[in-house]
Ligand binder design. Structure first.
Ligand code: GLV
Length: 325
């Protein structure tokens, strides 16, 4: 199904995000393009019919496709696009572009921060601070701070974020091994790259495993009981990808059993993490609330992409920037 993309003066853009100031930043560009902003899924459901273009991430629901007769284009706010049902969008002639790249620096910097926080036991220091407790020196090596220089970091998903993380990690003298779908494109900033199918063979080498992969049928549950059992005893796990890449029951068991020394999780299976989740309680688990991608530049980065893609759609170009559909 192909329908002409509306001209500038008949276009309406919907911005749908819980917190980002997208409409405010967009208005500053003085494009004269009609737009509206919603701050909840319910509000989006009520106004979806008005939008020719939608800038959205977590509020998207696949049933909206059938209720959005004008909608031709979604500019995702998120780099990951696992929430968009490809078939639903295709059936309604809706194009989709990801925001890959907008938060590449932020997510890689966050992953590095988590790696350092676990190695330097920053969460423990903060917990002690809350108790006004000045911890003494420790004899037990397992409880002492560690150096990361010379250790091996395995980056699962050596895409743009993974590459950026590899570059940062090399500055800390880590040995960096990566996996990706097509390793023939080379290791880039990493020391080595391998195909995804080599994961289990590579895990025993890694002192730190960082997930930066998209959520796909291949990566769902990738870090399960088998992968966790294959990891080096005392390894650290960092997840800035998607919660569903990890089997949480298996993760909990590995933390309880002590084979995994620590985990830092920016994303979990169900977000917000439910009150009853055992993950809240582990002193060696550091949780950040899916904030790895946050940056004060977010709105402008997404609007740059949106403007470029609108330009392509108006010119009738076949390919979008970061095109998914
Ligand atoms: C964040 O999770 C993103 O996909 O951009």
């Amino acid at each position: 199904m192909t329908t002409q993309f509306p001209a500038k003066d008949s276009l309406t853009i919907g911005f749908a995000h819980v917190a980002y100031r997208l409409a405010e930043r967009f208005a500053l560009r003085n494009t004269g393009i009609r737009h509206f902003e919603v701050r909840s899924v319910d509000e989006l459901a009520a106004r979806i019919g008005e939008a020719d273009a939608l800038v959205v991430s977590g509020f998207w629901r696949n049933e909206f496709a059938a209720r959005a007769p004008r909608l031709r284009f979604i500019q995702s706010i998120s780099a990951g696009t696992d929430q968009y049902g490809r078939d639903a969008l295709k059936a309604h002639g809706i194009r989709l572009a990801s925001a890959q790249g907008v938060n590449e620096r932020a997510v890689a910097e966050h992953a590095m921060a988590l790696i350092l926080a676990l190695a330097r036991r920053i969460p423990e220091a903060r917990d002690n601070q809350a108790k006004r407790h000045w911890r003494g020196m420790v004899s037990d090596l397992a409880r002492r701070e560690e150096e990361i220089g010379g250790k091996t970091l395995l980056i699962v998903g050596l895409g743009r974020i993974g590459q950026r993380l590899a570059k940062l990690a090399k500055a800390f003298d880590l040995r960096v091994v990566g996996t990706k779908r097509d390793p023939s494109t080379g290791p880039g900033a990493a020391d080595e790259v391998h195909g995804n199918e080599r994961l289990l063979a590579l895990l025993p080498q890694a002192d730190i495993v960082a997930l930066t992969c998209p959520l796909t049928p291949e990566t769902e549950g990738l870090i399960g009981a088998k992968a966790l059992a294959t990891m080096k005893p005392g390894a650290h796990l960092v997840n800035v990808a998607r919660g569903r890449c990890v089997d949480e029951a298996a993760l909990t068991a590995a933390l309880e059993g002590g084979s995994l020394a620590a985990a830092a999780l920016d994303c979990v299976r169900e977000e917000p993490l439910p009150m009853h989740s055992p993950l809240w309680l582990f002193p060696n688990v550091l949780i950040t609330p899916h904030s790895a991608g946050e940056t004060r530049r977010y709105e402008d980065n997404v609007i740059d992409l949106l403007m470029e893609n609108l330009g392509r759609l108006w010119r009738g170009e076949a390919a979008l920037r970061n095109q998914i559909l």
